[in-house]
Design a protein around this ligand. Structure first.
Ligand code: NAD
Ligand code: TYD
Length: 354
């Protein structure tokens, strides 16, 4: 079996659903169930004999050790993290704890377990660390895209904590020989993303008649990748990636934030026009910028293509349409996650901006 940490979150749950569709190998989902963890994402497979769930904090060393002992996985895919930049600005402590201490704890437990395996099992074991392009910092408009050799220069508490975790993963390979792999991916979007991130937030607010908050002038650039393409890349790296290597994963798809928001508004105008005839774009509001807001991210994903034959299959247009349609078809899901604590977050993050 494989372990997936953070499998109740956005990418982890998409990954588990994809995994169960394409293999008969079992998965143990290890998740603390923070505000971002949602087991309804996995409702369709909860009774599958291939799937099991352990509610656990990755910082809990004894618990993690006991899971290794009981289940003897052949790989651990590490998605669990505090993942939202704005939350890291308001409260970095959880990011240090989960992203750095939690990753250290998983590495240490993996190492102890791996050392006890026989030679064949040892050779097969993998620790795959799911990370972000944000560790590389920010680019100017004419700079070349991030490659695997770009120097780390994180600018937010989130990206700094992920950078630290990447370094620890690397160190466990060079110092102890633990068979690790790291992926650094650009911004994901798709079904089941918590509506604090730009794309689901804009869809949710547009449909609710609320303002669409654009930080600064909307010219910041992100590279966008449809979540299933990311899941596929992770599977390929797990299967064929060279030990100790990092692989950049991206969509070859840079967009300014304003273009992303406009594209969502225009698609909603087609599929869910407002009865008043007013356009969704009228809900856009420019608000105070995020402190330390990285100007541009761009990924050079040629290494994973050349070495492992992976390329994204979804274009931004097709991926965005699928995503918007999913949110239209799953309003119940959105209502479920937009809890009291979400409303408090909204007041804290956006209250002082307008
Ligand atoms: P998410 O916030 O949607 O989900 C995170 C999951 O981790 C949740 O289920 C949460 O309950 C769980 N978790 C948090 N702290 C935990 C702890 N201490 N112990 C156990 N579980 C814990 O995040 P996501 O967007 O699915 O991101 C998954 C991974 O991918 C993260 O490592 C993130 O850095 C990375 N990543 C995300 C993106 C993106 O655009 N979302 C892009 C590149 C890389
Ligand atoms: P986000 O989805 O938070 O991802 P990240 O910060 O990891 O890139 O934000 C994507 C971009 O959208 C980023 O440049 C910040 C911007 N943004 C807004 O303009 N308004 C918002 O309300 C949010 C959440 C993000």
């Amino acid at each position: 079996m494989i372990f997936v940490t953070g499998g109740a979150g956005f990418i982890g749950s998409n990954f588990i659903l994809n995994w169960l569709q394409s293999t008969d190998e079992s998965v143990l989902n290890i998740d603390k169930l923070t505000y971002a963890g949602n087991l309804t994402n996995l409702k369709s497979i909860e009774s599958s004999p291939q799937y099991s769930f352990a509610q656990a904090d990755i910082c809990d060393a004894d618990k993690i050790k006991s899971l290794f002992k009981a289940h003897r996985p052949r790989a651990i895919l590490h998605f669990a993290a505090e993942s939202h930049v704005d939350r890291s600005i308001h409260g970095p402590a959880e990011f240090i704890q989960t992203n750095i201490v939690g990753t250290f704890n998983l590495l240490q437990a993996s190492l102890e377990y791996w050392r006890g395996l026989d030679e064949t099992e040892k050779g097969r074991f993998r620790f795959l660390h799911v990370s972000t392009d944000e560790v590389y910092g920010t680019l100017d408009s004419k700079d070349p895209a991030f490659s695997e050799t770009t120097a780390y220069a994180p600018n937010s508490p989130y990206s700094a904590s992920k950078a630290a975790s990447d370094h620890l993963v690397r160190a466990y390979y060079y110092t102890y020989g633990l068979p690790v792999l790291t992926t650094n991916c650009s911004n994901n979007y798709g079904p089941m993303q918590f509506p604090e991130k730009l794309i689901p937030l804009v869809i949710h607010n547009a449909l609710g008649g609320k303002s669409l908050p654009i930080y600064g002038d909307g010219s910041n650039v992100r590279d966008w990748l449809y979540v299933q393409d990311h899941c596929e890349a992770i599977r390929v790296v797990l299967e064929k990636g060279r030990l100790g290597e990092t692989y950049n994963v991206g969509g070859w798809n840079e967009k300014r934030n304003i273009e992303v928001v406009d594209a969502i508004c225009d698609f909603l105008d087609q599929v869910r026009p407002l009865p008043s005839g007013v356009k969704y774009r009228d809900q856009k509001v420019f608000v105070a910028d995020r402190p330390g807001h990285d100007k541009r991210y761009a990924i050079d994903a040629s290494k994973i293509e050349k070495e492992l034959g992976w390329r994204p299959t979804e274009s931004f247009e097709t991926g965005l349409k699928k995503t918007i349609q999913w949110y239209l078809d799953n309003e119940e899901w959105v209502r479920g996650v937009v809890s009291g604590s979400y409303r408090e977050w909204f007041g804290m993050n956006y209250g002082g901006r307008v």
